[in-house]
Design a protein around this ligand. Structure first.
Ligand SMILES: *Cc1c(COP(=O)(O)O)cnc(C)c1O
Length: 248
């Protein structure tokens, strides 16, 4: 049971939103014949203050996603690294922030280039740990997106060679793939992108046996029901849980 007295108004709003999100995840999973428990919710708290994160913890959220290493580190210092709380790095990582990322985060979804693999491996080694990572790919080929360009399927064997090199690092552990679709008006437009990602996943499962490639981090507030139908094991949801972000 939750301690009702400790849950403030922010927490109550979060709880109401969370119930709806969880319900939509369950419906989407059932529609696709999947077990809803296969889908982990990452609550995205970028730009959100520590009060909001603490309220989310009070209502039972345990996995948080952040985009900016420095801001996240400050918040994590405030909130404390509770034993059962996970911090997921989902934003582009500048190489000079790689050490902070490896110190503060439990998982990286946004491994988007070789240099960051090398850096994360080095720092994780110094810290005597293994960092679980997802490789970020750009399936649509849209120029503004980060990650390995996976838009042209004929390039996949070359991608597989590069990903094998990443798997060879001792202090990072490749768990799967992450992608961000382009900005669409209709969430259904994300579906072909996610289907292509699943095809890439199957290709990698066959060609790069060093990882099981089981995790797919796809889906935001905009399109997570579609992502769940198309195999998401992690959805990254901010706005639908916390409301719109403060504008800076
Ligand atoms: C901000 C962000 C999200 C969450 O977006 P919402 O629309 O607020 O749900 C998910 N993934 C990434 C990479 C993000 O930067």
């Amino acid at each position: 049971m939750m301690h009702e007295d400790k849950i403030n108004q922010i927490g109550k709003n979060i709880r109401t939103n969370l119930e709806l999100v969880n319900q939509r995840i369950v419906e989407a999973a059932e529609k696709a014949g999947r077990d809803p428990d296969e889908v982990k919710l990452i609550a995205v708290t970028k730009m959100m203050p520590v009060d909001v994160i603490n309220a989310a913890i009070e209502v039972g959220i345990r996995r948080f996603g952040e985009n900016y290493a420095e801001q996240a580190a400050e918040k994590i210092d405030f909130v404390g690294k509770g034993v059962d709380i996970e911090w997921h790095m989902i934003g582009h990582i500048q190489s000079r922030k790689a050490e902070t990322v490896s110190r503060y985060f439990d998982m990286v979804h946004s491994l988007d280039r070789m240099k960051i693999a090398r850096f994360l491996d080095r720092y994780a080694k110094e810290q005597n740990r293994v960092m679980p990572v997802l490789i970020e790919v750009n399936v649509s080929g849209e120029a503004s997106k980060y990650g390995w360009d996976a838009s042209d399927e004929s390039s996949w064997p070359k991608l597989a060679d590069q990903f094998r090199q990443i798997c060879a690092y001792q202090n990072i552990e490749v768990r799967g793939l992450m992608t961000m679709p382009p900005m669409f008006n209709d969430p259904q437009d994300s579906r072909p992108i996610y289907r292509k990602l699943q095809r890439l996943q199957h290709f990698l499962k066959k060609k790069v046996s060093e990882s099981d490639w089981d995790e797919l981090s796809i889906g935001t507030s905009f399109d997570y029901p579609v992502a769940v139908e198309e195999g998401a094991t992690m959805v990254r949801i901010g706005t639908d849980i916390f409301g719109s972000r403060p504008v800076v």
